[in-house]
Ligand binder design. Structure first.
Ligand SMILES: NC(=O)c1ccc[n+]([C@@H]2O[C@H](COP(=O)([O-])OP(=O)(O)OC[C@H]3O[C@@H](n4cnc5c(N)ncnc54)[C@H](O)[C@@H]3O)[C@@H](O)[C@H]2O)c1
Length: 432
């Protein structure tokens, strides 16, 4: 009996495989997540890479990814487009549009809404729509699929099917790649799961099938919330040690000598995932009349880090006999993390503003970022180079390899502070 069942399942999966291989897949939203996914899928399927940003489409068509600054040869099986009518050829849609927050920290679903409206307008019977964008539990089923139904006039699970597969890539991480990271998949029906398995099974080594779309949505959020909380704890360790007059880096080094102490290090928490996703979860839970305690406190601590660092730098300057108003401060790192170009939700501009308010003359330098883009995003011009520049206070915020390889003392005045937030510079004068 068991053998018969397995055979039946296998032959069903085989049929699905065959059906799916003939499918045209549309990847909607060609950013950090969508662009590499479209390329990977195009090795096995005909793919339409769709984005509303015509500049992005032009660049990708020419074989240049502005996000990674890498050149590539677009395969014949991958057709880049910003024309919605091209989408009507697809039967599997994978959506990877941004899910940011508004200023009041509530979810900004504008992109998900627009993308669902666009897909709804071309939806046909039998189509499968998979969301990869990070969102809160029940959003895919009750927000996105509702739009799909309304715009298309079709019915979920009778005429079309939905899935959810959160993206887990880690920017700047060359060890964990699209292929090697286990991909969670979930769908509205068992046959939709089979189709998802046939699609993603071609581009990733291992899949985890979640029992429901909501479980997959929640799993993605708690993965990032856990990281946010772990960093919040060591950030508060830094604040507590500062109050006690102890060296946080020495305390953390000592604690790390225990086998099960988690080796997190303090820092600014930015980016479009860790600093955003917990708010999505808080939002949904508050709608269910539950106020998350740990999650909210973690966010609060991490949001306080720029103010804590500004106070700390001010105190260090006074201790070293530097006159605040005459001191030139260099902040190193404008992307949200080490060895990465992405500046979204970087907390460096907040620290810059707080230091300027205290009277410091502040410059920011990051060799990995696009300075024009930085000006557009934050309204100030970061330095293009450090050549011939001298500073009184140098603050290492991101441990980019390029910074670690430099001897930053060459950019320091004779009386100086090198404040190493990341504990990677042997010659630092100060650490947390
Ligand atoms: N970047 C990461 O490392 C990462 C990791 C895990 C999860 N995520 C999640 O994946 C999702 C996408 O993130 P990203 O970093 O790739 O975003 P991104 O900003 O790099 O790219 C999104 C792309 O979507 C396009 N877009 C916006 N609205 C659109 C629409 N209506 N139709 C078509 N295209 C549209 C934009 O023009 C942009 O090119 C987000 O929910 C994010 O939280 C990202």
């Amino acid at each position: 009996m068991a053998g018969w069942c397995r055979l039946k399942c296998e032959s069903r999966a085989g049929t699905q495989d065959h059906m799916v291989l003939d499918s045209i897949i549309a990847v909607v939203g060609l950013g950090y997540v969508g662009a590499p996914l479209a390329l990977a899928l195009a090795k096995h399927f005909e793919v339409i890479g769709f984005d509303i940003d015509s500049g992005r489409i032009q660049a990708l068509r020419s074989g240049f990814d502005t996000h990674t600054q890498e050149y590539f040869t677009p395969p014949k099986s991958l057709h880049y487009s910003n024309a919605r009518q091209d989408l009507s050829r697809a039967s599997v849609f994978i959506i990877a549009v941004p899910t940011p927050i508004f200023a009041d920290k509530t979810p900004d679903l504008t992109h998900l809404q627009q993308a669902s409206q666009i897909i709804g307008s071309v939806l046909k019977r039998g189509d499968l729509i998979v969301y990869e964008s990070t969102t809160y539990p029940f959003c895919t089923r009750y927000y996105c699929a509702e739009i799909l139904q309304k715009v298309s006039g079709l019915t979920l699970d009778r005429d079309f099917f939905i899935g959810y597969s959160p993206e887990r890539i880690n920017p700047g991480d060359t060890r964990h790649t699209l292929r090697t990271i286990t991909k969670i998949i979930a769908a509205s029906t068992p046959s939709a799961i089979d189709r998802l398995r046939a699609v993603y099974g071609k581009v990733v080594d291992s899949l985890h099938i979640a029992p429901s779309i909501e479980i997959a949505e929640m799993a993605k959020l708690i993965e990032n919330a856990q990281r946010d909380l772990n960093i919040a704890f060591v950030n508060e360790v830094a604040m507590m040690c500062d109050r006690l007059g102890l060296s946080a880096s020495a305390v953390l080094e000592a604690a790390k000598s225990k086998w099960n102490f988690l080796p997190f290090s303090p820092g600014l928490v930015g980016g479009h995932c860790i600093s955003v996703d917990p708010y999505y979860l808080c939002y949904m839970l508050e709608r269910c009349a539950y106020k998350p305690k740990v999650l909210s406190m973690g966010r609060l601590v991490n949001e306080q880090m720029p103010a804590f660092l500004a106070r700390k730098i001010h105190a260090l300057a006074l201790d070293s006999g530097l006159a605040v108003r005459a001191s030139r401060v260099l902040l190193l790192g404008l992307s949200f993390k080490e060895n990465c170009r992405d500046m979204r939700n970087s907390k460096t501009p907040i620290l810059r503003k707080k230091l300027k308010k205290r009277g410091f003359k502040v410059k920011v330098y990051d060799p990995l970022i696009d300075t024009k883009e930085a000006k557009r995003m934050f309204g100030f011009n970061p330095l293009k180079s450090l050549e011939d520049k001298k500073f009184d206070i140098i603050v290492l915020l991101n441990a980019h390899q390029e910074f670690v390889n430099l001897d930053l003392r060459q950019y320091a005045n004779p009386v100086h502070i090198v404040f190493d937030m990341k504990n990677v510079l042997p010659y630092a004068t100060h650490r947390l």
